[in-house]
Design a protein around this ligand. Sequence first.
Ligand code: MRU
Length: 379
Amino acid sequence: MADQYAQSHEDSGPPPTPSIRWDEPPEGPVLVLLDQTRLPAEEVELVCTDAPALVQAIRTLAVRGAPLLGIAGAYGVALAAVRGFDVDEAAEALATARPTAVNLERGVRRAQAAYRSAVEGGADQQQAAASALAEARALHEEDAEASRRMAQNGLAFLDELQPGGGHRLLTHCNTGALVSGGEGTAFAVALAAHREGQLRRLWVDETRPLLQGARLTAYEAARSGMAYTLLTDNAAGSLFAAGEVDAVLIGADRIVADGSVANKVGSYPLAVLARYHHVPFIVVAPVTTVDPDTPDGASIEVEQRAGQEVTEFTAPQVPVTGAEPGGGIPVAPLGTQAYNPAFDVTPPELVTAIVTEHGVVSPVTAEGLAQLCARSRQV
Ligand code: MRU
């Protein structure tokens, strides 16, 4: 079955435009984002001069994905500080722009704490702003390093499960360079397998309703030159039944104390399918995504998004994540209500392993996760 889907692509590397960058033109410092709502049609940058602009970019998913949200949040605090805005007000707005990915609030609080401690230590406004910016830059670099290590750890784990390579991996949503300071989380593992000649195929779920898989993961996969095939989310069942999936690899927005994993809606059904078909279900995430203060899956706040994302299609090259009523082509009768959670929660017993930059937790237990977190704090 697999060969009929074979294809080859030029290895043109990650998107040439960085997903996020700090810039200091003569008009003053800005945070520049690669506008992910415009991909794959065009690489367009979005310039934020203040925190409200960044909050809007976060809500519309111009910037998205857990690790990148953390980095963006930290830079957002620095932006407010450098431009002389109220830092605490900016931090509050940024930390609550979206509720599920814990990285966002973490990144914001980290830069805010650096700013505050500089002020308390007698620094002037400019020096305190520089401290916040240095913290954001440090987080950005740490995420790149975490990404490298997750790729190594994830590939080693895959090789243990299936020695000899030839991996056929199924992924959901988008977890590559677009969401990271480095090459990403789950996608970085697939990329490492590809570079080692061990990836037979990446199956890419389109990821309804906002198509992060079709628009973004397929884009990154094509650029990397790997063999990949796009499928509708509801085709995954028949793919498992045909024996075409060796492992599922996904990212996470929040991993809580008991090992429950919040990720893009559609992850949980994949975990159920994987269990039924005896296929490993592997979560790849940095420790900044682990939230030991939330006890269990039921306590995770899952973002609910506008129904128009489900009741309408938007035309290509129009921001598909805009969620403006009337912005797209209606596909349901006018007035139809939609259930549109952005994420779902997979219980720990369905997760084969959590791969982080500090090691792998498998089986997934509260104790194993707590030990990993403790180890990561010692480094
Ligand atoms: O709504 P999004 O596009 O921000 O959702 C992103 C995801 O669910 C990703 O899978 C998750 O953030 C992990 S990214 C490494």
